[in-house]
Design a protein around this ligand. Structure first.
Ligand code: HEM
Length: 86
């Protein structure tokens, strides 16, 4: 049986973020939304997301961005489809 362990290190954060975005890339609804904006800047985006989650989950204070604006004009509206990722 696979035992889940808690997220306690930066490497754990990378596993979390990388596996989330692997799923995004396979999702026909979400993949184009991300790829249209991020294009060939994935390494910068992933780096930002590591810092964001490291700050949220490990109190690391390494993320200083402003997440609202990059999302405000995305072509995403409330939809039950969005909940089906996974
Ligand atoms: C359908 C849901 C979502 C979509 C399509 C989406 C998409 C995006 C896109 C396209 C960007 C900009 C990337 C770039 O310009 O390089 C971004 C940035 C970001 N997103 Fe999301 N996002 C979603 C949900 C979330 C959620 C739920 C969170 C957090 C709980 C989140 C946190 C962030 C953060 C921290 C950034 C970086 C902002 C910055 O500092 O520039 N996003 N997202």
């Amino acid at each position: 049986m696979h035992t889940k362990k808690d997220i306690v290190t930066f490497q754990d954060i990378q596993v979390l973020v990388n596996s989330f975005y692997d799923k995004v890339q396979k999702d026909e609804l979400l993949a184009p939304i991300f790829n249209n904006v991020i294009q060939n800047h994935w390494s910068e985006h992933l780096e930002k997301m590591y810092r964001f989650w490291e700050t949220v989950l490990l109190d690391a204070n390494t993320y200083f961005g402003a997440p609202f604006l990059p999302h405000a004009n995305l072509p995403v509206r409330c939809s039950t489809n969005i909940l089906s990722i996974g």
